[in-house]
Design a protein around this ligand. Structure first.
Ligand code: FAD
Length: 544
C-alpha cells in the first residue's frame, strides 16, 4: 500500500510513524512545504528567553532519521499543490527547484495544520516588522529581528496561549512588552473571575496589558487602536488565533464544515473514503455539547493520527469527541482548564452549578505550598462534571487532568468526591483540591450551602448588602471589603445576636473554608437567608 501524508509535524509525523509500526511493507511518503519536520512547535516561544538555548534543539527529527529509523520518505520544501482525486494522485511542487511532479497514493492523509490569522483589515499588517509564530523559521526570524534592530518594545496582539507565552519569554529576555487583547480578558477558555489572577500576574511582571483594545493599523514605529489611541512600538507579533489550512481540500471539492474546518467522520475520513484529515485543519465534535468545533491542540492531533493509521489497516478506533484540555504557564502561575466554562455552558443552555474553592495545593507546613484557585462546573440534574479551571503556582495540570479523565468517562460529583488520589504532604493534601471541589458541589446540590459568585461582590458592596467577614480581626484589619462586618468564626456562636435575620447575609473568609463553617453554624441556628461568597477574599482581591 502506498500512503502519502501532507504535513510533517504533529499530526503528519505521528501518522507516518504509526503507519510504519502497523505495516513494514507500506510505502510512506510525507510532504512538508517548510524546511523542517517533526519539531516541537509548543516549545518555540522558549527560544526567545534562552530556556531553549539553540534553535536546533527544537528539531526533534530529520529527513535522514525518518529514513533510517522508519523507512519513511520525507520530502521537505515540497508543497502539495493539488489533489487529483479521480486519478488518486497529488501534484507536488519542489520549492527548491520550482519543478512540479505527481505522486500517486492509495491512501492520502492530510495534516496541513492551521495558519495564523493576519486580518487584511488592519492597515500595515504586511509591514516587515510584523510577525506571526507557527514554526522554527518564524521564531528564528523573530529572534534575529530583535537582535539586529535593537528592539526595545514589542506589541503582541492577542492574549491566547501563544501570545501569553511569547510575552513571558520576551520579558525574560529583557524586552518591554505590551499585550493587546480585543476582549475584556486574556485566555478565552477561562472565565472572567478565574483569569483575573493571570491579569494581575502579567501586570506584576511588567507586561503592559491592554484589554478591550482593538488594533486598527500598524505604522512603522507605532500601533494604532480603533479608539484613536496609539502606542509607540518597534515590532508587532500577531497572535489572534489560527484558521484551518483548507486550500487543498477546497480545490479537491472535499467537504468543509460550518466551523471552517475539514469535515471528517468518526474515523477522520473526509468525504472521499481514501482521504483522511486530522489536526488543526479539521472540525471535531465536542463531547458535552455535541456541537461542531475546532481544537488546535497537539494532543488531539496525535490521537487522531493513531486512529487514522488504525483505520487504514482495518483496526477499529473511532473518534472520542473532544473536551478541550489545556495548560499554560504565565510567570509564577500555571493555569489549566478542561470541558465547559461558564460562557460555553450558558451558550449550550446547561442547567449548571459552579463551585469556586481555594484549597492549599500541598500541606501548609511544606515548602512551596500555595493556594490553588479551582472552579468546577457541574450539571445540576445529572450531577455530571462539565468542566473545571485551575490557577495557581503549583500543579494545576494534575488537578485538571483528573477532571478531564472524569469528564471523558461521564463522571459525576459523587465519583469526584470518591476519587482516591495519591497523597503525601509534599504532593498535596489528604483531601485533594479536586475532592474539595466535589464536596463543595455536593453541599450545594444538597442545599447545605448557598452561594453567590465572587464576580457579584462589587454589586453587593454598592447595594450596601450585609457582608460578614469571618476572618480573625488581625486579618480583617490588614484589608477588608468596604462596610463589611467582622465577626471571626471563633466568636460567631457568641455574637449571633448582632446578625440580622430579616435580610440576606453574605459571608466570606480568606478561602471559603471558614465561611462555609460559619454558614452551617448560622443555618443550624435558624438563620434562613445566609450565603457564602464563593471565591472568598482571595478571589475578591483579584477583582479590586
Ligand atoms: P502542524 O503541526 O502545524 O503541521 C502542519 C504542517 O503542514 C506545517 O508544517 C505546514 O507547513 C504543512 N503543510 C501545510 N500545507 C501543506 C502542503 N500543501 N504541502 C506540504 N506541507 C503542508 N498545542 C498544545 O496542545 N499545547 C501547547 O503548549 C501548544 N503550544 C503551541 C505553541 C506554539 C507557538 C504553536 C504554534 C502551537 C502550539 N500548540 C500547542 C498547537 C499545536 O502545535 C498544534 O495543535 C499541532 O501542531 C497541530 O498539528 P497539525 O499536524 O495539525 O499541524
Amino acid at each position: 500500500m502506498k500512503i502519502v501524508i501532507v504535513g510533517g509535524v504533529a499530526g503528519g509525523a505521528t501518522a507516518a510513524t504509526r503507519i510504519r509500526r502497523m505495516d513494514e511493507s507500506a510505502e510512506i511518503i510525507m510532504f512538508e512545504r517548510g524546511e523542517h519536520v517533526s519539531y516541537s512547535n509548543c516549545s518555540l516561544p522558549y527560544y526567545l528567553s534562552d530556556v531553549v538555548d539553540d534553535s536546533n534543539k527544537l528539531l526533534v527529527m530529520s529527513e535522514d532519521k525518518f529514513l533510517n529509523q522508519y523507512n519513511i520518505d520525507v520530502r521537505t520544501l515540497n508543497e502539495v499543490m493539488e489533489i487529483d482525486r479521480e486519478n488518486s494522485k497529488v501534484v507536488v511542487k519542489d520549492l527548491s527547484s520550482g519543478e512540479t511532479y505527481e505522486e500517486s497514493y492509495d491512501k492520502l492523509v492530510l495534516s496541513p495544520g492551521a495558519k495564523p490569522i493576519m486580518p487584511p483589515s488592519i492597515t500595515g499588517i504586511d509591514k516587515s516588522h510584523v510577525f506571526s509564530l507557527r514554526n522554527v523559521a518564524d521564531i528564528r526570524k523573530i529572534d534575529a529581528y530583535i537582535d539586529e534592530n535593537d528592539v526595545k518594545h514589542v506589541s503582541i496582539v492577542g492574549g491566547g496561549f501563544i501570545g501569553l507565552e511569547v510575552a513571558e519569554n520576551l520579558v525574560e529576555r529583557g524586552t518591554k512588552v505590551s499585550l493587546i487583547e480585543a476582549q475584556n480578558q486574556v485566555m478565552a477558555p477561562f472565565d472572567y473571575d478565574m483569569v483575573q489572577i493571570i491579569h494581575k500576574s502579567l501586570h506584576d511582571n511588567g507586561v503592559d496589558l491592554r484589554v478591550n483594545t482593538a488594533v486598527a493599523g500598524i505604522e512603522d514605529a507605532s500601533i494604532k487602536f480603533s479608539d484613536g489611541n496609539a502606542l509607540d512600538t518597534d515590532m508587532v507579533i500577531m497572535a489572534i488565533g489560527v484558521a484551518p489550512e483548507t486550500k487543498l481540500v477546497s480545490q479537491a471539492g472535499l467537504e468543509i464544515g460550518k466551523t471552517g474546518g475539514i469535515k471528517v467522520d468518526t474515523h477522520y475520513r473526509t468525504s472521499d473514503e481514501n482521504i483522511y484529515a486530522i489536526g488543526d485543519a479539521i472540525e471535531v465534535t465536542h463531547k458535552i455539547t455535541g456541537a461542531a468545533t475546532r481544537m488546535a491542540l497537539a494532543g488531539p492531533a496525535q490521537r487522531q493520527a493513531r486512529t487514522v493509521a488504525n483505520d487504514i489497516f482495518g483496526r477499529d478506533g473511532a473518534e472520542t469527541p473532544v473536551i478541550g484540555t489545556s495548560v499554560v504557564k504565565v510567570f509564577d502561575y500555571n493555569a489549566a482548564s478542561t470541558g465547559l466554562n461558564e460562557k460555553l455552558a450558558v451558550a449550550f443552555g446547561a442547567d449548571y452549578g459552579t463551585v469556586y474553592v481555594i484549597p492549599q495545593d500541598k500541606v501548609g507546613l511544606m515548602p512551596n505550598s500555595h493556594p490553588m484557585h479551582f472552579k468546577l462546573l457541574f450539571d445540576k440534574q445529572s450531577k455530571k462534571v462539565l468542566g473545571a479551571q485551575a490557577v495557581g503556582k503549583g500543579n494545576v495540570d494534575k488537578r485538571i487532568d483528573v477532571i478531564a479523565t472524569l469528564i471523558k468517562m461521564d463522571g459525576t460529583i459523587e465519583d469526584l468526591k470518591n476519587l482516591e488520589l495519591a497523597y503525601s504532604p509534599m504532593h498535596g493534601t489528604a483531601k485533594d483540591v479536586v475532592n474539595v471541589a466535589g464536596l463543595a458541589a455536593e453541599n450545594i446540590l444538597n442545599g447545605d450551602l448557598e452561594q453567590v459568585p465572587v464576580s457579584k461582590v462589587r454589586e453587593l458592596v454598592e447595594a450596601d448588602a450585609y457582608i460578614i467577614d469571618v476572618r480573625e480581626t488581625n486579618e480583617y484589619e490588614a484589608g477588608h471589603l468596604k462596610d463589611s462586618h467582622n465577626i471571626p468564626l471563633s466568636e460567631l456562636r457568641n455574637r449571633m445576636d448582632e446578625i440580622p435575620q430579616d435580610i440576606p447575609v453574605y459571608l466570606h473568609c480568606r478561602t471559603g473554608q471558614r465561611s462555609y463553617n460559619a454558614v452551617r453554624i448560622l443555618k443550624n441556628n435558624g438563620f434562613g437567608n445566609v450565603m457564602n461568597i464563593s471565591g472568598s477574599y482571595l478571589g475578591i482581591s483579584f477583582f479590586e
